[in-house]
Design a protein around this ligand. Sequence first.
Ligand code: WTA
Length: 687
Amino acid sequence: MVAGERRISIVVASENEGTQAAEIAVHWQEEEYYHAPPSFVEQANLKDPQIFERYSIEHFPDYYKEFGEMLDWYKPWDTLLDSSNPPFWRWFVGGELNASFNCVDRHLDACKNKAALYFVPEPEKEPIIALTYQELSVQVNELAAYFRDGLNLKRGDRVTIHMPMVLELAVTMLACARLGVIHSVVFGGFSAQACADRMVDSDSSVLVTMDGYWRDGKWLDHKEKADETVRAAGKAGHAVRAVLIFERYPGEYRSSFGLVENRDIIVNDILSQYTGERVEPEHMAADDTLFLMYTSGSTGKPKAAQHSTGGYLSYVTAMSKWILDIKPTDVYWCMADIGWITGHSFIVYGPLALGASSIIYEGVPSCPDAGRPWRVAKRLGVNIFHTSPTAIRSLRKLGPEEPAKYDYDFKLMVTVGEPIEPDVWRWYYNTVGKGNVAIVDTWWQTENGGFLCSTVPALAPMKPGSTGPGVPGIHPVIYDEDGNVVPPKSGKGGNICIRNPWPGLMMGIWGDPDRYIATYYQRYCKDPESKDWQDWPYFAGDGAMQAPDGYYRILGRIDDVINVAGHRLGTKEIESAVLEVKGVAEAAVIAAADAIKGVIPEIYVTLQPGVAPSDQLQRSVVDIIVRDIGPIARPRKVWLVPDLPKTRSGKIMRRVLASISNQKDPGDITSLANPEIVEAIRRTVSE
Ligand code: WTA
């Protein structure tokens, strides 16, 4: 073990293997504190030191009124929290509002002329577009008019959006929200098959897409994926009645895939019929669904977290204000993709609800070189910058000295999605932040709507490698395997849970209430008959420890989910794709450590009797993963091995495979049914 490294042993439960011991190495020590500059503290949105007292668990749920009050309501709520049917919490019951009104219309009087969104195209020679609140309002209304009158979409219907990072993506989301249509945005980099699966699951018959876009200097023809999506959905017996295509260059259709009659519509053309139309925002109940966001879990197919209108919007607004410190005068750039929850909450809904200017960048951060983000920051006067450890690691590798060349001024920077190594944190702070910035390391999940743990930037110092305490209103607890509370601030690892419900938490899993309970509550609910919210802690699926100062350090997933470059992938999803390859008998996916992406999948495969190992087979495995899921799941290695390590009951021991890939000690393997295979696999891997 390296000096200063600590190893925390956590026993994790796996649906397949009963209880299995997993070792999670914490490769860094407790760090020194860093303090936000006084210039930041002075101007901060939240600097009331009493906040944690006001938001103590004794005051739950009353403190969340303040979150609701950040929004404009058509009708005030009668009941702040209805917790009578755990764990299906209902917030702001009786209240009515509209998310598009809160993100657009309510700013028109004061600031219709300021940029709501900037579009930064990847090709640097193309001009940046600033979309004012006024123009955003016009575009949202016209598109909503077309949705309503041209497509007969109405509240409660689902629309799937499979688009790159362009203004039209945010406009489409807000047009849906205006009508009460539920949007389901599928990450643009996901495959057609993944998009089709999500259309089928959400029973959505309209697909919104784009002809193509720029990524890493290349033009990607995206329309092809729409055609394949419709085909794949059709195979599953699901009809897609309309494919709406935005043109990346309006007036020029640039895909080489033709239009299908009676199905494909160029949105840019049709909108001329709706010029100047206004659509009254629907008065939505607080707990009407605003959107679905699919995410991977332990079991096979991705599930849709179902987010509410009032609870979600109030939560992301409060978090944007207090933790990201966004004000209407700020220019805020989050480099996440809107196809993930971070982009929904912190590119679109949160910043726009506060009337800020938010940036949508089309491409990869390092295109054409690692100075690009810093040029954008300088040019647009960005003062809040939000990204992931993977992006930071890669920008540091490609251009460690680049930030120093550009004269921009960040007041706050954000990291999200994976644990950040203290060394990487320090580069972010010293080099990107020029040593004069507040940083928040925000821990949360798709299911949560907004942050769970982070420091409040003006109230608590930063500590590299640790996220911080629960944000105001969130009360975490760590449990061991037997359901005992791990002593607070003891530095002992365990499973992190949240004691209380909160408004940003999803309302459930679309179409699968049982899975919602099984995944997030069953584990630590002492009495399933209980009607008391205190008996229903939310189980996050992450290992964590709490240091004596109350800061949490997140140790990673404890379920069968791997977090590649901050993107969640279910091992079962990848494995079931691999099993489609002819000749494959069994497949096991593990997470192999990677210097840039955190981890990358590696696949161990056994073949059916009589099938000979070949390079072609290995390639087929990679191809099918990219086809079924997308390039983000591309494995680093595919190992063809004679057998997989198994328990006596026949379960595959992925933990042992992971230790081989990561050159670690597999621990005690004597209880395996086939311990001798471990050495044989190790030889294959080290050859
Ligand atoms: C991980 C992304 C350490 C964690 C918002 C969680 C983090 C999963 C952090 C959720 C962080 C997220 N430090 N780990 N600051 N933020 N994670 O659903 O394992 O894409 O469970 O949501 O990412 O990923 P998701």
